[in-house]
Design a protein around this ligand. Structure first.
Ligand SMILES: Cc1cc2nc3c(=O)[nH]c(=O)nc-3n(C[C@H](O)[C@H](O)[C@H](O)COP(=O)(O)O)c2cc1C
Length: 403
């Protein structure tokens, strides 16, 4: 059965939802599923903007057949060549051999690399700022390299203000009918997944996010819809989401609050973190999120890192090193260019306590603009009541640093 929705009068969402995939990019858990968004414009010419993952191809074809209603497909615009969007290109070319493909030089190179037979079809190679008319609708192409691949471009329809934003402004989560961000409680139900999507996938490329925001800044008043390749379409309150992107692209936190992450084998480090959290709450700071590094997917931790201003990292010593899951979290933060955070450390060990120094060294030498507080709690196996004052001082130091 076809499943389409109008974005505007003559623009249709013709994508597919996926609740079966467990790991996006074979890496990120997606318990809420994901959508592959593809859009079909029915102007004097018909135009498909990007395709879907191969797994959604049948749905795409059924949706297209319904909207086209016997008309041919005239143009295929490819903004992003990653297979979760480009996987159905070859099928489109087989079914509509007369279609003209519009994309850029790098994307055409990738199409050939991935084995799509583009050279036996009409192609139009566009450059930054080129325009193209499909009848009523005139679009312009804006390059957005590394958001999230080098060939990425976004297409702006100057006629109706639709921005086809590729992976930018996307989110994990299947749509399940609700196409528009204003049809869901985005802040409550979607923001965490939108942040987890962006920060894990493109977090490393903050400067590139800032560049595309700068380009969009020039035409902000003309953008009426943002149509990303995953997740809801934006037609109201666009600035809410643009401002989040601005923060994430600058590695600035969304909230003053504390992310507490611990690595604990037998529960003593965990117990110390609970005691510290209670002290912080006693003193009035309740915006705290606590995670066990061993049982939390690192993509969720990364998302939380981008949200909160402060962190407490607590780790046992393990074979004279940092506990492996905590070490992995640090490596991930570094890989994604996380910066501008204030961190307090708690370490634990039973005979040679090393984890605090090692984490401090990693944060100071391997990462940028990470402030580590001087106060640190060092636990010999378990935290005893005589260390209550140290707990108190650490809580005070964290709160002072939040002023
Ligand atoms: C495989 C293994 C390696 C460990 N290596 C060290 C170590 O190098 N130095 C140390 O002081 N403690 C080491 N420990 C002990 C733990 O770090 C220690 O018992 C800690 O207090 C446990 O805290 P927890 O209750 O939060 O798990 C090791 C424990 C295990 C199981």
């Amino acid at each position: 059965m076809y499943c389409v929705r109008n974005v505007t009068e003559d623009l249709y969402w013709v994508g597919a939802n996926d609740h079966r995939l467990a790991l996006f990019e074979n890496a990120y858990p997606i318990p809420r599923g994901v959508s592959y968004n593809s859009y079909l414009l029915t102007d004097e010419k018909t135009v498909l903007f990007d395709t879907v993952d191969w797994s959604g191809c049948r749905q795409l074809l059924e949706n297209m057949a319904h909207v086209l209603d016997g008309r041919p497909l005239d143009y295929l615009v490819i903004n992003h060549l990653e297979p979760d969007h480009a996987g159905s290109i070859e099928e489109i070319l087989l079914r509509w051999p007369k279609v003209t493909i519009i994309s850029n030089e790098k994307a055409f190179m990738l199409m050939r690399q991935f084995g799509f037979d583009v050279d036996s079809h009409q192609i139009v190679e566009v450059k930054e700022g080129d325009t193209f008319s499909f009848g009523k609708h005139v679009v312009t192409f804006v390059f957005a390299p590394m958001v999230h691949w080098p060939e990425v471009m976004v297409t702006f329809d100057t006629t109706n203000g639709v921005l086809f934003s590729a992976d930018a402004f996307g989110s994990f989560g299947a749509l399940d009918g609700k196409l528009f961000a204003d049809e869901v409680n985005f802040d409550r139900d979607w923001l965490d997944d939108a942040r987890r999507y962006l920060t894990n996938i493109v977090g490393k490329y903050g400067p590139h996010i800032r560049l595309i925001l700068k380009k969009a800044g020039g035409i902000l008043d003309q953008i009426k819809f943002i149509c990303p390749l995953h997740g809801p379409v934006w037609r109201k309150d666009l600035l809410y989401f643009i401002q989040k992107y601005d923060l994430w692209g600058r590695y600035e936190p969304e909230q003053k609050g504390i992310l507490m992450v611990y690595a604990s084998m037998y529960g003593n480090t965990e117990s110390a973190m609970q005691a510290l959290a209670s002290k912080l709450c006693d003193k009035g700071m309740t915006n705290i999120a606590m995670y066990d590094v061993s049982s939390t997917d690192v993509s969720q931790l990364i998302s939380e890192v981008f949200k909160y201003s402060h962190m407490v990292l607590a780790s046992v010593t393990y074979n004279l090193g940092i506990y492996p899951a905590m070490h992995n979290f640090l490596i991930d933060m570094k890989a994604l260019n996380v910066q501008n955070r204030t961190i307090a450390l708690v370490e634990n060990g039973s005979w040679a306590i090393k984890s605090g120094d090692l984490i401090q060294k990693f944060l100071s030498e391997e990462m940028k603009n990470m402030t580590v507080l001087n106060e640190r709690i060092s636990i010999a196996s378990s935290l005893h009541a005589d260390k209550e004052s140290e707990l108190e001082s650490l809580a005070d130091a964290i709160l002072d640093s939040m002023q």
